[in-house]
Design a protein around this ligand. Structure first.
Ligand SMILES: NC(=O)c1ccc[n+]([C@@H]2O[C@H](COP(=O)([O-])OP(=O)(O)OC[C@H]3O[C@@H](n4cnc5c(N)ncnc54)[C@H](OP(=O)(O)O)[C@@H]3O)[C@@H](O)[C@H]2O)c1
Length: 269
C-alpha cells in the first residue's frame, strides 16, 4: 500500500529542522526535498540527528533548472547530498523539463541532464532516478536517448487537476506517479462538493483529497507545518471513497490549478 510523503516546499529554512523533526516523530519516512526550496541544510540536520535508520527513510531530491548541463547536474547532486548530510539519495529527480517555449533544443537538453542522472545512479550516489512535470511527449523524447528508464514522475495532481493523459501514459509505461499539491496548495479545502463528501465520512477535505490520490495509485506529497495536520493527513487508511464519490471527484472541472504548464512556463528557465 502507498504511504504518504512529506513535502518541504515553502518551509522556511529557519523552521525546517524543527518541522522535519516533528514529521519524523509522527512517522513520516518519505521526504520530498529540492535544492530550489533553500532548506536542504536544515532538513539535513533534522535527519542526521534523528534516531531513525537511514534505510527506513526515503529521501528524494531534485535538480534545479539552472543546472541542466552534464557537469552542472553532477555537481549539483553532490552539493545537495552534502547539504543534506547524506551519502546517497533514494530518488533524484529533474525538477522541470526544459520548456519548448524557451529552448528549441529542449530534447537534447533533457537528454544531457538525464545522462548525468544515469551516471549518478551508476556511481551509487542515487538509487533511482526520475522526473517531475514531464508530459508524455517529453518522456517519449527522453526515452529515445535513455539507457535507464525513469522510475517516477512527480506531477501536479489533485481533485480539479487530474492530468489524465500523463497519468495513463505513466501507468502504461510502469512509471510510478507522485502527486504534488494534492490539496491544490490549500485551495481545495473549502470546495463545497469535497466538503459534503468529507462530512458524509466525518473526515476533513484534506483527507478526501489525499484518499482520492491513493485510490488512484498516485503517491500524495503533502506539506504542513502543523503537527496535528501531519497526523491527520496520515489517517487515510481507515476509510474508502465509494466508486460514485471517486467518479464525482474525477468529474470536477479544472480547479485549484497552479497554472504552471511545463511546455510554456518561463519563470524557471
Ligand atoms: N515537483 C514540483 O514541481 C513540485 C511543485 C510543487 C510542490 N512540490 C512538492 O509537493 C509538496 C506538496 O505541495 P504543496 O506544498 O504545493 O501543497 P499541498 O500539500 O497541496 O498543500 C499545502 C497547504 O495545505 C495546508 N495543509 C496541509 N494539510 C492540511 C490539512 N490537513 N488541513 C488544512 N490545511 C492543510 C498547508 O498549510 P500549513 O502548512 O499551514 O498546515 C499548506 O498551506 C511540496 O511541499 C513539495 O515537496 C513539488
Amino acid at each position: 500500500m502507498l504511504d504518504i510523503a512529506f513535502g518541504t516546499w515553502k518551509i522556511q529554512a529557519s523552521q525546517a529542522k524543527s518541522i522535519v523533526e516533528k514529521a519524523l516523530q509522527v512517522g513520516y519516512r518519505h521526504y520530498d526535498t529540492a535544492a530550489a526550496y533553500a532548506n536542504e541544510n536544515d532538513i539535513g540536520e533534522a535527519i542526521a540527528q534523528a534516531d531513525v535508520a537511514r534505510d527506513s527513510l526515503l529521501i528524494s531530491a531534485k535538480l534545479w533548472t539552472s543546472k541542466r548541463s552534464y557537469d552542472a547536474a553532477i555537481k549539483a547532486c553532490k552539493r545537495s547530498l552534502k547539504n543534506l548530510q547524506l551519502t546517497y539519495f533514494d530518488q533524484y529527480l529533474i525538477h522541470w523539463p526544459a520548456a519548448p517555449a524557451l529552448h528549441t533544443n529542449w530534447q537534447e537538453m533533457n537528454a544531457e541532464t538525464w545522462h548525468a542522472l544515469e551516471t549518478l545512479k551508476q556511481d551509487g550516489l542515487v538509487h533511482s532516478i526520475g522526473l517531475c512535470n514531464f508530459r508524455p511527449h517529453h518522456i517519449d523524447a527522453l526515452l529515445q536517448h535513455a539507457n535507464i528508464k525513469p522510475s517516477v514522475n512527480q506531477i501536479e495532481y489533485h481533485p480539479g487537476y487530474n492530468q489524465l493523459e500523463t497519468v495513463e501514459y505513466c501507468k502504461k509505461n510502469d512509471i510510478k506517479l507522485e502527486a504534488w499539491s494534492p490539496l491544490g496548495n490549500g485551495l481545495l479545502l473549502t470546495h463545497p462538493m469535497l466538503q459534503k463528501i468529507a462530512d458524509d465520512h466525518n473526515i476533513s477535505v484534506a483527507q478526501v483529497c489525499i484518499r482520492w490520490c491513493i485510490q488512484h495509485d498516485v503517491l500524495p506529497i503533502i506539506k504542513t507545518v502543523s503537527i496535528e495536520r501531519m497526523k491527520m493527513n496520515r489517517q487515510v487508511f481507515q476509510f474508502e471513497l465509494s466508486t460514485e464519490e471517486m467518479r464525482e471527484i474525477d468529474m470536477l472541472p479544472v480547479f485549484g490549478y497552479s497554472g504552471l504548464d511545463p511546455d510554456t512556463v518561463t519563470q524557471f528557465g
